[in-house]
Design a protein around this ligand. Structure first.
Ligand code: ADP
Length: 288
């Protein structure tokens, strides 16, 4: 099974004719809101890829629709803590006519998690499981340590990138997942050997690669050629699908191909979590 210690955010998306300057008040052209957060997106991807997926996280006591949306995606939501007096994490996303954006994220409940709340849940992770973690919650290192102790696979997405967070979790990580910009920052900060078994590096329309550091072998995967309209959440789609594929026993090349097809489909649709395709769609896309 897949466990995911991950953020849950509500994305508030305002379309504007220009981004406001300091002191300026402007009217939005329109407004939408949806499910977001790297954690929720990766859980949706893993569940839609067919994995038994348990989300570990927190949100405020309102926003029941978020739980329903996660459950509809096939995620086990019973380990999501509901907190009084804390808001659900959210992002205010401003988009101008040219696709330029400004974003404010408020972590809310995502950063109120404590080890006291989570340890009994971490204890349910077994050797056959995979634990996903990103850099948007508390207790990242504790989660990785617990999972490692029982022999589970730990996949860490170094996003949003923070070198201190990466350094802390690296000794308990099996697979470190990054996009090209994050990988550049990592290799600049740590030029030498990394104590992980694999590196997953995604490069947008230039594809992805997996470096198996135990054998020294590198696997390349080209991106599928599609008409991208919104790449928000592409990396999360890739990470969730890749982890779900490994969890069911796929080889690295198989997992790369499936994740690449899933994220190619995802970027052809607007939205983040809501745009993640189902396994059937991905399989049909690959058969074309
Ligand atoms: P992030 O969203 O974390 O920045 P990337 O931009 O590297 O991640 O995208 C993750 C993956 O999504 C890529 O490796 C690729 O497989 C797929 N992808 C992203 N952009 C495109 C695109 N324009 N066309 C096809 N596939 C894409």
């Amino acid at each position: 099974a897949i466990w995911n210690l991950g953020s849950i955010n509500i994305d508030h998306i305002y379309r504007l004719d220009h981004l406001p300057k300091a002191g300026e008040t402007i009217s939005a052209l329109d407004f939408t809101h949806g499910l977001g957060g790297k954690g929720a997106n990766q859980s949706v991807a893993a569940a839609r890829a067919g994995a038994e997926t348990y989300h570990l996280g927190a949100m405020g006591s309102n926003d029941q629709w978020v739980i329903e949306r996660l459950a509809d995606a096939g995620i086990f939501t019973g380990n999501i803590l509901r907190m009084d007096d804390v808001v659900t994490g959210h992002a205010i996303i401003l988009l101008d006519e040219n696709g330029e954006n400004s974003i404010i994220v408020h972590p809310g409940a995502n950063r109120k998690l404590s080890i006291k709340m989570l340890q009994s849940r971490f204890d349910n992770i077994t050797a056959r499981d995979t634990l996903l973690i990103q850099n948007e919650t508390n207790c990242q290192v504790e989660g990785a340590k617990s999972a490692r102790k029982v022999g589970a696979r730990v996949v860490y997405s170094a996003a949003p990138f923070e070198i201190e967070a990466v350094r802390a979790i690296l000794p308990y990580t099996d697979i470190l997942a990054m996009n090209a910009g994050e990988a550049d920052q990592l290799f600049t900060a740590i030029p030498g050997d990394l104590p992980v078994s694999g590196l997953l590096i995604t490069r947008g329309a230039d594809g992805a690669e997996y470096r198996d550091l135990t054998t020294g072998q590198t696997y390349q995967q080209a991106a599928f050629r599609v008409k991208a309209v919104d790449t928000t959440g592409a990396g999360d789609t890739f990470a969730g699908y890749f982890a779900a594929a490994l969890d069911r026993g796929d080889t690295i090349p198989e997992a790369l191909r499936l994740a690449s097809a899933a994220s190619a489909l995802q970027v052809t649709r607007y939205g983040a979590g809501d745009a993640i395709p189902m396994l059937e769609e991905v399989v049909a896309f690959l058969a074309k």
